[in-house]
Design a protein around this ligand. Structure first.
Ligand code: NAI
Length: 260
């Protein structure tokens, strides 16, 4: 049974991805900085999937902090037959550039961009020939949002790192791709509901008229890890109901209006 490591797999998109890969018959290892949440998610997936075990999947959890190289290296240690690595770890610390604390910038860039570098570095060393890496970037990797400078810059960097990694790992048949979701309903975006008009503005700028679900993204990630995507590398899939065709909501303006 091949192993799939899902980093940031305790919650949201990572959790849905872990469930998909488990159902597809992988040995799934959920890795997260929140070890307790990772354990709970592993138990939930392992216990709750009637019939999913038929495919032969197993699920377990480990602690892993993408900002700490020794933690990333330890997480990859001993993972035999590692065929799939998905990096979903991420967070956002919003703020206008002229107000953003350096520490907040560093936290976002550390988790989203430097974390992706460390995952690519160690995944590239440990994956079997023909393995697959999927990194979760964002619509904000190509569409700017006022008040989201650190996140936008980090995610744009993720898209380029994925392209470089695809070039460097192709000689071992390892494919490296990205997904770029728009607004997805997860704990990360729960705060949006508290900003009047913001959800509506997102949806007005989303031609398909709805937010994504974690499953929307997990299914595309699973496709990218599968042989159906065997000729895809260095690609980024926009997954946003068409939001990249319109404009990003005025997050900063709406948050400022709320504060007045
Ligand atoms: P989430 O907050 O539900 O899950 C993120 C997971 O990453 C959490 O389990 C968290 O503990 C983990 N994590 C945070 N820092 C970590 C670290 N240093 N090391 C290891 N794990 C860490 O968020 P969601 O929405 O599932 O986000 C997953 C990815 O999707 C992130 O990279 C996010 O930037 C990206 N994304 C999310 C969108 C959305 O609308 N929800 C839109 C576009 C991209």
């Amino acid at each position: 049974m091949s192993t799939a490591l899902v980093i940031g797999g305790a919650s949201g998109i990572g959790k849905a991805t872990a469930r998909e890969l488990y159902s597809a018959g992988h040995r799934v290892v959920i890795a997260d900085v929140d070890a307790e949440a990772a354990r709970t998610t592993a138990v939930e997936i392992g216990a709750g999937e009637a019939g999913a075990g038929d495919a032969g999947g197993t699920v377990e959890s480990i602690h892993l902090d993408v900002t700490d190289e020794s933690s990333v290296a330890a997480g990859f240690e001993g993972l035999d037959d590692l065929a799939v690595v998905v990096n979903c770890a991420g967070l956002s610390m919003p703020g206008a550039l002229i107000e953003l604390e350096l520490a907040a910038w560093r936290t976002t860039v550390d988790v989203c961009l430097t974390g992706t570098f460390l995952v690519l570095k160690h995944a590239g060393r440990r994956l079997i020939e023909g393995g697959s890496i999927v990194c979760v970037a964002s619509l904000n990797g190509r569409q700017p949002g006022a008040g989201m400078g650190s996140y936008c810059a980090a995610k744009a960097g993720v898209l380029m790192l994925v392209e470089v990694a695809a070039l460097e790992l192709a000689d071992r048949g390892i494919r490296v791709n990205a997904v770029s979701p728009g607004l997805v309903d997860t704990p990360l975006t729960a705060g949006i509901a508290y900003v009047p008009g913001l959800t509506e503005e997102y949806l007005e700028n989303t031609p398909l008229g709805r937010a994504g679900t974690p499953e929307d993204v997990a299914e595309t990630i699973t496709f990218l890890t599968s042989s159906a995507a065997g000729w895809m590398t260095g690609a980024a899939i926009d997954l946003n109901g068409g939001a990249h065709l319109k404009r990003y909501p005025d997050v900063l303006g709406r948050v400022r209006a709320l504060a007045q």
